[in-house]
Every structure is written in structure tokens, then in C-alpha cells.
Design a binder for this molecule. Structure first.
Ligand SMILES: NC(=O)c1ccc[n+]([C@@H]2O[C@H](COP(=O)([O-])OP(=O)(O)OC[C@H]3O[C@@H](n4cnc5c(N)ncnc54)[C@H](O)[C@@H]3O)[C@@H](O)[C@H]2O)c1
Length: 352
């Protein structure tokens, strides 16, 4: 086993947002690597308890990163590592609820970092977002040094704020923070929903025989990153010294056309309803997204392992294996009354 994986054995690890799509995969990986305890702090506002691995070394604490009692409880365990993934996700959600976005992604992140100054974990990994840093004018492939002040959603503003706070705590409080910028995660563990990413929503609709709504232009692309590759990058970011204080893209390094991806999902699931064109979202100003992963390669030895077709098939298999839970969760997401049926909305995210 590689050293960066072996190093997780016997560690106490805090994962905020550990019931979410990336967090649940990370929780599983770290628990399997023999961590003494993986503490998941999640308020289940967008995550699902059924998605958290039920393993003896996983402790689930239901609570918010904005709540002092919950923070005191989890930091009392003196985590060696903190992965800060909890967030109000994502662009359209933040346009609809900008104050909640600021509260969670701004104040929540500030509070987590304040508790870190007292608990002094060996490493803190902040989950940043490629779409929140580069704006639409950046040349492709997107490189870490090109940042934009011209952001187009509250989520982008507050995810960048998290990076700015990380820099403050790094310099002023000497916290060992690493900033990982994810690009369009997909894979097992992401439940579809109104504010979720395009791939789980497309799979869900295709499995129900519905047409897939395209809100982008025909030539629009994204850099879809398989969630287990993101998890591998996070484990590496918690280990390699060279990463401390740095920001780095975590992506696949490939562009995938959205319309072609939709057609592929329809084919894999025998969905004959095709695609349909839906209204463009004002905040979505990025036609193409492609990240340079050179820096993560240099600092972490990160190399994505999963090609898109394999990742898609694994995701579909997970959907089939968990269809009952997924259907209920998608129809009645956390915090929604049974009267609302958000997954049916035609405006549901088609290209986060
Ligand atoms: N998924 C992506 O494509 C992507 C891309 C870029 C960045 N990111 C970032 O990665 C992180 C994880 O993303 P994800 O896709 O797993 O999101 P997710 O929504 O699936 O998971 C986030 C989790 O945080 C929890 N949460 C929300 N508010 C909370 C609060 N106040 N207190 C405690 N828990 C709270 C939710 O219940 C959920 O389980 C986020 O910080 C996100 O901004 C994700």
C-alpha cells in the first residue's frame, strides 16, 4: 500500500459534509484504510444518512457547521485531519437562496477554521470549486494562477471566500491548509435532485424514460471528474507536505461534450425519449470547462485513474443497486414537504 494511504491508519479524521456525494465516498475510503475514527459532521440538509457507510469506525454527528454545540462536539475528538466539504451546493441553489449560501459557505467555513486554530489538526483540506475561481474569460486549460473577480453566482463568490479565509488562516494562524478545486464530480453516491449535478439527474430521468433537458449550447463541454479520483486526490492532499498552502485543480483533464454525454446516457439506459432544449441559466457563462491538472500531478502525484465510460457505467450500476432509496430521496429531498416534487422541475440543473 502507498505511504499516503498507510498514513491514514489510526488517525482521527473529521469530514464536514460527510453524508454528501463526495464526502460519503471519502468517509468510506478513510474508514476502510483503518482510521481510528472518522467523524462525519453533517446536518443532512442535502445529504442522506443511508449514504454514510455504517462501519464501526465511523461516527455520525448530525449538526451544522454554523452551530457551536455541534462544532464543540466534533472538535472535542481532536481530529488529526479535517476535510471541510460541507457546503450549500451549488450555483442555482445560491441564486435562489443567497443568504443561506453565505451563512453556510461563508460563516460556516469561518467557524470551522476558527475551531481548527484551537484544535490544531495536522492538515485541513478545503473543498474549493473550479467554477468559482476562473470566471468565463480564462484561457483553457484553466490554470491555478488565472483567477477572476467576475463571478456569476453567490455560490462562486462564497466558495472563493472560503479560499480567501483559508489564506488568512494559513498566514495568520499557521494552519496547514490545502485548497483543492474540484471540477464537476460524478459517480456513485450522488443522489439526483433539483440542485444537483447534470450526470445524476440525466441518469435519473433516463431511467424514468424522460427526455434530457439541455440548458447549454451544442458545443458546451465540462471536465467531469470521477468521484473516486477526487477522493484519491484528497487523501494525497492530506499527506504530501508540498501541498500545504497551495491551491490545485482536481479534474480529469479531459473535456466531455454535454450533448454527447446525454446521448450516451440515453443509449446506455435504452431511453428513447431523446434530449430537449431548455432555458439557458443566466449565471452559466462558461461554455467550455477544461482544467490543467499539472500542478496536482507535481505536488500530489495525482493522476486520474477512471476513464469517462467506466465512470459512467459504475454510476449507472450504483443507481440500479440503490434505486429504491434514490427514488424516495429524489422525490422528497431533505427539507422539502411531500407536496413538492422538485426533481420533476424542468429547470433542474442540467450543467452545474
Ligand atoms: N460536486 C461537485 O461537482 C463539486 C464541484 C466543485 C466543488 N465542490 C465542493 O465539494 C464539496 C462537496 O460537494 P458535494 O458534491 O459532495 O456536495 P453535497 O451537497 O453532496 O454534500 C455537501 C454535504 O454538506 C452537508 N451540509 C450542507 N450544509 C451543512 C451545514 N450547515 N452543516 C453541516 N453539513 C452541511 C449536506 O447535507 C451534504 O451532505 C462542497 O464543498 C462543494 O462546494 C463540489
Amino acid at each position: 500500500m502507498e505511504d499516503y494511504k498507510r498514513s491514514l491508519a489510526d488517525k482521527v479524521v473529521l469530514i464536514t459534509g460527510g453524508a454528501g456525494s463526495i464526502g460519503s465516498n471519502l468517509t468510506h475510503a478513510i474508514a476502510d484504510l483503518g482510521a481510528r475514527m472518522v467523524i462525519v459532521l453533517d446536518d443532512l440538509s442535502a445529504g442522506y444518512q443511508w449514504n454514510i457507510p455504517a462501519l464501526p469506525n465511523v461516527l455520525f454527528v448530525k449538526g451544522s457547521i454554523t452551530d457551536e454545540t455541534a462544532l464543540k462536539r466534533v472538535f472535542a475528538e481532536k481530529p488529526d485531519l479535517v476535510f471541510h466539504l460541507a457546503a450549500f451546493f451549488a450555483n442555482q441553489n445560491s441564486v435562489d437562496y443567497p443568504e443561506r449560501d453565505l451563512l453556510v459557505n461563508g460563516m460556516g467555513t469561518l467557524k470551522v477554521l476558527e475551531y481548527c486554530t484551537m484544535a490544531r489538526p495536522q492538515r485541513i483540506i478545503y473543498a474549493s470549486s473550479g467554477c468559482s475561481i476562473y470566471g468565463s474569460a480564462a484561457p483553457l486549460p484553466l490554470r491555478e494562477e488565472f483567477i477572476s473577480m467576475h463571478l456569476t453566482s453567490p455560490y462562486q463568490v462564497t466558495k472563493m471566500l472560503g479560499e480567501l479565509y483559508s489564506n488568512f488562516f494559513l498566514h495568520h494562524h499557521n494552519l496547514n491548509i490545502v485548497k483543492t478545486r474540484f471540477f464537476n464530480s460524478y459517480g456513485p453516491g450522488e443522489v439526483p435532485g433539483q440542485y444537483r449535478n447534470v450526470i445524476p439527474n440525466f441518469i435519473y430521468w433516463a431511467m424514468r424514460g424522460q427526455p434530457l433537458p439541455i440548458t447549454a449550447t451544442d458545443d458546451a463541454t465540462r471536465d467531469f471528474t470521477y468521484v473516486k479520483d477526487i477522493v484519491d486526490a484528497l487523501l494525497r492532499a492530506s499527506y504530501f507536505e508540498a501541498a500545504i498552502g497551495k491551491e490545485m485543480n482536481i479534474a480529469s483533464g479531459y473535456e466531455t461534450n454535454i450533448v454527447q454525454m446525454a446521448t450516451k446516457i440515453n443509449k446506455l439506459l435504452n431511453n428513447t425519449s431523446g434530449i430537449r432544449y431548455a432555458q439557458h441559466r443566466v449565471w452559466d457563462t462558461k461554455r467550455r470547462l477544461l482544467a490543467s491538472i499539472e500542478r496536482a500531478g507535481e505536488l500530489l502525484g495525482y493522476r486520474p485513474q477512471t476513464d469517462f465510460d467506466t465512470g459512467l457505467q459504475n454510476t449507472i450500476q450504483w443507481f440500479k443497486a440503490h434505486w429504491e432509496e434514490i427514488e424516495v430521496s429524489a422525490e422528497f429531498p431533505p427539507g422539502m414537504s411531500s407536496a413538492t416534487r422538485p426533481i420533476e422541475l424542468s429547470t433542474a440543473s442540467a450543467a452545474v
